[in-house]
Design a protein. Structure first.
Length: 114
């Protein structure tokens, strides 16, 4: 049976959320709930919308951290990604013409190999 808590101050609510997030191991929510709460107030979000935003942020961050953890556990000789690739150091490589999908605004599909 749960008890209703009334009259909790903002500081007490923040402390309770912080403590609950620590116990439930939700670091993303713990670190950013005030930012999401302020934005929800400005955008007049519903409680469900606010909760969905928080939980989606936590899920996205967990997926990112899981991917990073798996890459680290694989012990590749060095990190390789297009974000960190130095096109200037390798002149034979072709730099990406567009970082967005070809159908995005102002981005035209170009045949590089013609």
């Amino acid at each position: 049976m749960t008890t209703k808590r009334r009259g909790m101050t903002e500081e007490a609510a923040d402390a309770a959320i912080d403590q609950a997030c620590r116990m439930l191991r939700m670091p993303t929510i713990r670190n950013s709930f005030t930012e999401y709460a302020d934005r929800a107030g400005r955008e007049q979000m519903s409680y469900r919308g606010f909760l969905a935003e928080l939980l989606l942020a936590e899920c996205d961050d967990r997926a990112r951290r899981r991917s990073e953890r798996r890459i680290k556990a694989a012990k590749f000789p060095r990190e390789k990604s297009l974000r960190t690739f130095d096109f200037e150091a390798n002149p034979t490589s072709i730099p990406p013409l567009c970082t967005r999908s070809p159908s995005a605004n102002g981005c035209k599909r170009v045949n590089r190999y013609a």
